[in-house]
Design a protein around this ligand. Structure first.
Ligand SMILES: [Cu+2]
Length: 135
């Protein structure tokens, strides 16, 4: 019984350290005077930064994306047409702006769906994130 207690304490400590190490802050888009919510995002091996963005429903989003320099190709895919977000854009070293308007509250994943031969896909390696659409 005592051992189980120690194991539980140990596991919670490990979990806490892990959460602190991987915990990233959500980025909330600010709405500019022209009503557009602007966000800048970078993709690379194998992440998006930020990987959690919060936007307001029914307001246009200008998402500026660029790729970390390197030879590995990346893209961003948001497959949520029901929520007004249907994006598939190849990331380039130069920043480019993707425009969309989220029309439904909820949390929607975005990923890089690139994959090299039999290796794991980029989203499986952590190149993914979520868009949270709020009121
Ligand atoms: Cu990728």
């Amino acid at each position: 019984m005592r051992y189980i207690f120690f194991i539980l304490v140990f596991l919670s400590a490990v979990g806490l350290v892990y959460a602190q190490h991987t915990g990233k802050k959500a980025y909330t888009a600010t709405i500019d005077e022209d009503g557009v919510q602007r966000i800048e995002m970078t993709g690379g091996e194998y992440y998006f930064e930020p990987d959690h963005i919060i936007v307001t429903v029914n307001k246009p989003v200008a998402l500026t994306v660029k790729k970390e320099p390197g030879i590995v190709p990346h893209n961003i895919v948001i497959n949520a047409p029901e929520a007004g977000m249907n994006v598939r854009t190849k990331l380039a070293n130069d920043a480019q702006v993707i425009m969309f308007t989220p029309i439904k509250i909820g949390t929607y994943p975005f990923i890089c769906d690139k994959k090299f031969l039999f290796f794991k896909s980029h989203d499986e390696k952590g190149m993914k994130g979520v868009i949270e659409v709020i009121e």
